[in-house]
Design a protein around this ligand. Sequence first.
Ligand code: HEM
Length: 123
Amino acid sequence: APSKAPQSLYDEMGGKPTAEAITDHFINEISFNETIYRYFEKTNITRFREKFIEHICVTTGGPCAYTGDTMLRVHQGQNINEADFNLTVDLLVNAMKKAGLTYPQQNRMLKMLAPMRGDIVYK
Ligand code: HEM
């Protein structure tokens, strides 16, 4: 029997409304976390929201274009340490749960984000 083409995580998790829900929950989580909010004090959240949604879409195999800056350029000079990186990932996991992603879907997303760590963490 012909095998079914693998479905992108984007489609499996529910497409654009889910990418938006993850992002909105993530922004909410950040706003309630003093340690991480500190980094975002001067950030234009409207822009961040737009670029983060695009970034999730592209990362999970959705039909989008990412129009933001590279992970290296955006996070360079912020002196983000390992602990704060891990804390941010925890907030993102909370956001994925609230957006209804299953545990395997959360893990697929984390695997896709893991290679970006080196461009984000500067000791
Ligand atoms: C895998 C983890 C991460 C991903 C995928 C990610 C992704 C992004 C994206 C897509 C943007 C918007 C880029 C743009 O505006 O062009 C952004 C901006 C930003 N990120 Fe991250 N990020 C991650 C981790 C972190 C961590 C750990 C911190 C800090 C603790 C952080 C702090 C920021 C800040 C402050 C901005 C806004 C910069 C500005 O105001 O221009 N990010 N990130």
